[in-house]
Design a protein around this ligand. Structure first.
Ligand SMILES: C[S@@+](CC[C@H](N)C(=O)[O-])C[C@H]1O[C@@H](n2cnc3c(N)ncnc32)[C@H](O)[C@@H]1O
Length: 209
């Protein structure tokens, strides 16, 4: 848990306030996208675990008016102009997929160009359990991405490092032409979080586990 006093000296927290981003995490996506080029103008982007909305704001800035950002979270999320918000539990994969497909269909799309996931479980304080919950969320994000990405689509998902990390990395590697793990400068020092990047989704591997 980050204390309010610690945030005061945090340059990303300050910059987020100044620039109107809803979270300091916005800078993590900006840094990841600068390094890996996952999101382009005109893309359809699915943001999983989107609340309060920092990543969605960044994604919208990147896709522009010709693109679409669809943001999914368990928690209610305050509206952001031109972004579609869906309240859903992503671990209920089939239900969430059906709801996402209905929105895409309404907007004239079938598949998406990029899936970005900053999903985090509510921390219990028990490291092993939190790592397990994080891996469950990341795996659901990968399953949803595998059902919805276009050929050559891109993916990034947060996962806590620990016992389940290698297995998750391997599952991403099995579906994408290029895979990397990255910790952006905006991640807090000592944080267990890692971002696994998959570029170039292979539709031939859509159903492969
Ligand atoms: C670290 S926050 C995301 C911050 C966001 N990227 C931003 O920049 O504002 C993680 C989010 O994951 C969401 N989450 C956790 N479990 C979820 C689930 N099963 N389904 C959907 N969202 C979930 C939480 O509600 C929380 O809003």
């Amino acid at each position: 848990m980050v204390k309010r006093a610690d945030l005061k000296g945090d340059r990303f927290y300050k910059s987020a306030k100044e620039l109107g981003y809803r979270s300091r995490s916005a800078f993590k996506l900006l840094q990841i996208n600068t390094k890996f080029g996952l999101i382009r103008a005109g893309d359809v982007v699915l943001d999983l675990g989107a609340a309060p909305g920092g990543w969605s704001q960044v994604a919208y800035g990147l896709v522009g008016d010709s693109g679409l950002v669809l943001s999914v979270d368990l928690q209610p999320m305050e509206n952001i102009a031109d972004i579609v918000i869906l309240k859903s539990d992503i671990t209920k994969e089939q239900e969430t997929l059906a709801a996402i497909k209905a929105v895409l269909n309404r907007k004239g799309h079938e598949l998406v160009d990029a899936v970005i996931s900053d999903l985090s479980p509510q921390l219990s304080g028990t490291k092993d359990y939190d790592q397990f919950r994080s891996s469950e969320l990341s795996t659901s994000a990968l399953n949803i991405a595998s059902a919805l990405l276009k050929n050559n689509g891109n993916f990034v998902a947060k996962i806590f490092q620990g016992a389940y990390y290698n297995e998750f990395y391997k599952s991403v590697k099995a579906k994408f032409r290029y895979t990397r793990a990255h910790s952006p400068a905006a991640s807090r020092k000592g944080s267990a979080e890692m971002y696994v990047i998959g570029k170039g989704f292979s539709v031939r591997k859509r159903k492969k586990g």
